[in-house]
Design a protein around this ligand. Structure first.
Ligand code: HEM
Length: 440
């Protein structure tokens, strides 16, 4: 299909449907306000800050390795077969992992989903932060919130009536918006009340330190809205991408083993913990990069291409658009155009990214926009890339995986979300005895 440009001639109301607590970076439409917020928040994702976040990703990855090792051991013991695989829905585990990582970074502690092995996020009380938590299904809540906001963003005329509509899609979605705001408010207030006695160097700490050009910090409600924005923007984006990654990499012959060979050739782990891979060691591995880019292309986690208002008249593909027209560039369609990517566009082919194979053409480079482009592009891209690489490298080095379904069914609802991904998983048999010592 050739790339298309969808056109509307009314104001961009899409982003208004996503406002909760108050406008955050993602849904601020006013240019001046957006650029003020963007300046405060971009330093949160500087190379220096990201380096400080790595330790929290390691802790959560360690929890994943422990849980998967337990599942693998159990499958092998119960079948009395030392090579048996455990069957898992990898999407659920990537959700637990991504939510725990972003909870740890944006709210100061993980939600505890990895440890529980369930969609069960601990929510601490606002009035009594030290009281035992209550629990909320955060993945489900986030899904419902995203889908209802996306629908009301596309059909803004429904918004005033949404609460009265008989379809529970709307009432549940709106309840989810409230629940998520509650989770964020409780977490931020807890940090503000208790301070940061452990000297955590997380995303929330960086947001609290952030100042605009006149030296002003963010108000409590602005801070809460921004922490919530990070949770929403940085959780299922990463988990859906990881899920798609392992689906494509394991179903395409030879890719998993080639990736493992590249990682095994590189000294990747820290001295004190042989399971924890350092980002510095895997940041620029060509085949790992190629596999991640090819996943971002073929799956296109953010597939819609969100609306933008053009400030001056513009002509695209011989169509003329006056100023103030709302345009949207459909990411999935661009990533799947055979005119741009060639006849093998539907194939998962990491090699197309390798310089040794000729690399990308200029139009392929321009068309690849998984994180969007321009002043509203993904501010968390560096963090997303670090997370993806650390997750992939840890799993490939420590586990064998085989996909056990023929297609990856998806549902569009702001993101292109896989419904599940059933996989066989077992711990890797390797000479390094550290694995057993560390996790069992
Ligand atoms: C694979 C993972 C990710 C993908 C594919 C992705 C993709 C995107 C895209 C396409 C946009 C532009 C949205 C628009 O057009 O308005 C965006 C914006 C954004 N992303 Fe990401 N993202 C990912 C991970 C993350 C992470 C980990 C964070 C932070 C923790 C994050 C934070 C944000 C924020 C705050 C915005 C709004 C930026 C602005 O409006 O200035 N993202 N992301």
């Amino acid at each position: 299909m050739a790339p298309t440009v969808s056109v509307q001639r009314r104001e961009v109301q899409y982003y208004d449907a996503f406002v909760s607590i108050q406008r955050g970076l993602f849904n601020t439409r006013d240019r001046a306000q957006h650029s003020r917020k963007r300046k405060i928040i971009s330093h949160t994702f500087s190379a220096h800050s990201i380096g400080q976040f790595e330790q929290y990703i390691h802790t959560n990855l360690h929890d994943l390795v422990k849980q998967w090792t337990k599942l693998s051991n159990k499958a092998q013991t119960s079948t009395n077969n030392p090579t048996a695989y455990a069957e898992i829905d990898s999407l659920s585990w990537f959700n637990y992992l991504s939510f725990d990582i972003i909870g740890d970074l944006a709210f100061g502690r993980p939600f505890g989903m990895l440890k529980a092995g369930a969609d069960r996020a601990a929510v601490y009380s606002l009035s009594n932060p030290t009281a035992p938590p209550t629990y909320a299904p955060a993945v489900q809540v986030l899904n419902r919130r995203g889908e209802v906001s996306n629908t009301l963003g596309c059909l803004p005329q429904l918004k005033p009536w949404a609460v009265y509509l008989p379809d529970p899609f709307f009432s549940r979605g709106l309840a989810a918006v409230q629940s998520l705001a509650g989770i964020a408010t409780a977490a931020v207030q807890t940090r503000l009340t208790q301070g940061n006695p452990d000297g955590r160097k997380d995303l929330l700490a960086r947001l609290i330190e952030g100042k605009d050009s006149s030296g002003q910090s963010m108000s409590e409600s602005e801070l809460t809205a921004e922490a919530l924005t990070q949770l929403i923007a940085g959780s299922d984006t990463t988990s859906n991408t990881c899920c798609a990654f392992f689906y494509w990499v394991t179903r395409t012959p030879g890719v998993y083993s080639q990736l493992r060979t590249e990682l095994d050739k590189t000294p990747t782990t820290t001295n004190n913990n042989p399971l924890i891979i350092t980002y510095a060691s895997i940041k620029s591995l060509p085949y790992l990069d190629a596999c991640i880019n090819e996943t971002l292309r073929i799956h296109s986690t953010s597939s819609l291409g969100l609306p933008r208002t053009v400030t001056h008249p513009i002509t695209i593909l011989n169509h003329h658009f006056p100023a103030n027209t709302v345009l949207s560039v459909p990411t999935y369609t661009l990533h799947h155009s055979s005119r741009i990517w060639g006849a093998d566009v539907k194939e998962f082919k990491p090699d197309r990214w390798l310089k040794a194979e000729g690399g990308l053409t200029a139009s392929q480079k321009t068309a690849f926009i998984p994180f969007s482009t321009g002043p509203r592009a993904c501010v968390g891209r560096n963090l997303a890339e670090m997370e993806l690489k650390l997750i992939v490298a840890t799993i490939v080095q420590n586990f064998d995986l085989e996909v056990r379904q023929d297609t990856l069914e998806t549902r569009e609802g702001f993101l292109r979300k896989p419904l599940r991904c059933v996989m066989g998983m077992r711990k890797r048999k390797r000479k390094r005895k550290e694995q057993i010592d560390l996790v069992c």
